[in-house]
Design a protein around this ligand. Structure first.
Ligand code: CUA
Length: 156
């Protein structure tokens, strides 16, 4: 089979790009720790308010450096809407929705998780800098979507 010279260039270029994209994906996943949030735990979305631990959302202290934050997302806010942890803490966020699809996004971090009713999304983050962190919803969820937020206070 005869291939035109330019066709060979294009084939080499496009196969090369494929490997470049796979390399970028690999670096992002394994070196930078960008992982898809886990959706392996399910929950009845109509029973969120009476299902542990979401019947009593908030922080659970595991040890001095580790917390679990159980959070309920709803139109148009999060419950609780404020958390406080000391700097250096690893926080395991477990978030579910009791109505529609939301997200749990902390700008300038790797935390960006879609919150699907019926599932518990889990992601963890270590807060190495003190300050106030804003949590936003970036899935359009209704007329109050742009008001949906909560705050995480990371103290010295
Ligand atoms: Cu919740 Cu947008």
């Amino acid at each position: 089979m005869h291939l035109h010279r330019y066709e060979k260039y294009w084939l080499t270029f496009s196969i090369g790009m494929l490997f470049v994209f796979l390399l970028v994906l690999g670096i992002s996943a394994f070196a930078q720790g960008n992982q898809p949030p886990s959706h392996s735990t399910t929950i009845d979305p109509t029973q969120v308010d009476v299902t542990a631990p979401f019947d009593n959302p908030g922080l659970e202290k595991i040890d001095d450096q580790t917390y679990i934050a159980n959070i309920v997302a709803m139109a148009f806010g999060y419950m609780p809407n404020k958390l406080e942890v000391p700097v250096g803490s690893k926080v395991i966020f477990r978030v579910t929705s009791r109505d529609v699809i939301h997200s749990f996004t902390i700008p300038k971090t790797n935390v960006n998780m879609m919150i699907v009713p019926g599932h518990v999304g889990q992601v963890e983050h270590t807060f190495t800098e003190p300050g106030e962190y804003l949590v936003l919803c970036n899935e359009y969820c209704g007329t109050g979507h742009h008001y949906m937020q909560m705050r995480i206070e990371v103290t010295e």
